[in-house]
Design a protein around this ligand. Structure first.
Ligand code: ATP
Length: 358
């Protein structure tokens, strides 16, 4: 059984500008111990998806429909109390901004130990020992001494490590990590991603990793879902996505990953911006930005198609894409080639060695 199954999830925000459909009929699954990536530009609906899984959508937002099954139980039908006991316990979260996750008036160690005492029913000495072990395990040197440091005495990278320790402290089954390393220096980012990936294996915890950066996905994830304007446009095992992307938007995201020896000194981005979610373009939402778009793309909204069965993709799908090419067929087809130099999971490291991000 999958650990998490999201089925046909729709989330809307009722704003003064109109009704924003931030997530639209989204389905996916994450298996136990699996590292699942969600990627897309700003406004794709990645964070809203993550907040839905934690049942943290607040007014003016509303989960309109769908099911979110965690270990077979629909989170959307649970009482607030039941959800609270799952949150932070069986499902932990890591957000981008360490400052909001760590309370400045308590020491780092106290905060983690308190979470352990609260969720795991440990005594204070045991909780302290476990905290020190965890701080050490996430790569904080002299963990015993650093237990009594305040958050401001930690560097940004160390704060993020402490947050990872906090997330792991209650032995969760799933960690939802939303842009966990975006605020960090590129070299530190690569180190922390490596460790996160290793820790997930060691602790047998699944990860839903949210990022706008396919290089980050490459370093950590097994499978990936690419989102655009609230919908999945492609789902694939990470290697397949890199070597053989099926959706033009994925190809656009890939061209913004720098590579070693690449003469470009700035990231290429996909021309145009994410559409207004109150009023999406007709047909395929990506068509105004798609270099392969034809007239028919303005008429038909392509469903996510399972590329192995040619049927509409369900939550179990391994390889799927939502492009007119896979339903009606484009008259000129999708004409691109992809060149990947070296193993996929070294992409990030290569570019760290190759130069700076800007
Ligand atoms: N509190 C809110 N009020 C109104 N609209 C919201 C709210 N939160 C999200 N939205 C809408 O949902 C859309 C998707 O937001 P979401 O944060 O999930 O995007 P994202 O893919 O995570 O991008 P980012 O990387 O910028 O966080 C936003 O563009 C916005 O229109």
């Amino acid at each position: 059984m999958a650990l998490l199954e999201v089925e046909d999830l729709t989330v809307r925000f009722y704003t003064q500008e109109g009704v924003v459909t931030a997530v639209d009929g989204l389905s996916y699954r994450i298996d136990s111990g699996e590292k699942f990536g969600v990627v897309g530009e700003s406004g794709a609906g990645k964070s809203v998806t993550a907040l839905s899984v934690l049942r943290l959508i607040e007014s003016p937002g509303r989960i309109e429909s769908g099911e979110i099954r965690f270990k077979g139980e629909n989170l959307l039908e649970m009482s607030e109390e039941e959800v609270r006991s799952i949150r932070g316990n069986e499902i932990a979260m890591i957000f981008q901004d360490a400052q909001t996750a760590l309370n400045p008036v308590y020491t780092v160690g106290e905060q983690i130990a308190e979470a352990i005492e609260h969720h795991m029913d440990y005594g204070s000495a045991e909780a302290r020992d476990r905290t020190i072990q965890l701080l050490d395990r996430v790569g904080i040197p002299e963990a015993e001494e650093r237990f009594s440091d305040y958050p401001h005495e930690f560097s940004g990278g160390m704060q993020q490590r402490a947050i990872i320790a906090m997330a792991l402290s209650c032995d969760p089954d799933l960690i939802v990590a939303d842009e966990p390393t975006t605020a960090l220096d590129v070299t530190i980012e690569a180190q922390i991603l490596d460790e996160l990936s290793e820790l997930a294996d060691d602790f047998d915890v699944a990860i839903q990793l949210i990022t706008h950066d396919l290089g980050v996905i490459a370093q950590v994830c097994d499978r990936v879902m690419v989102m655009y304007a609230g919908k999945p446009v492609e789902k694939a095992p990470v290697e397949d996505l890199y070597y053989d992307p099926k959706h033009p938007y994925t190809v656009g995201l890939m061209s913004s990953i720098p590579r070693v020896g690449d003469p470009r000194d700035r990231l290429q981005t996909i021309p145009g911006t994410m559409p207004d979610l109150v009023e999406l373009p007709s047909g395929c939402s990506f068509h105004p930005r798609c270099p392969f778009a034809e007239e028919k793309c303005t008429r038909t909204e392509p469903p996510l198609v399972d590329l192995e069965t040619d049927r509409e993709a369900g939550i179990e799908t391994e390889r799927a894409a939502a492009c007119v090419e896979y339903t009606e067929g484009l008259s000129r087809g999708l004409d691109y080639t992809v060149e990947v130099d070296g193993p996929v999971d070294e992409t990030v490291r290569q570019y760290v060695e190759g130069g700076s991000r800007e």
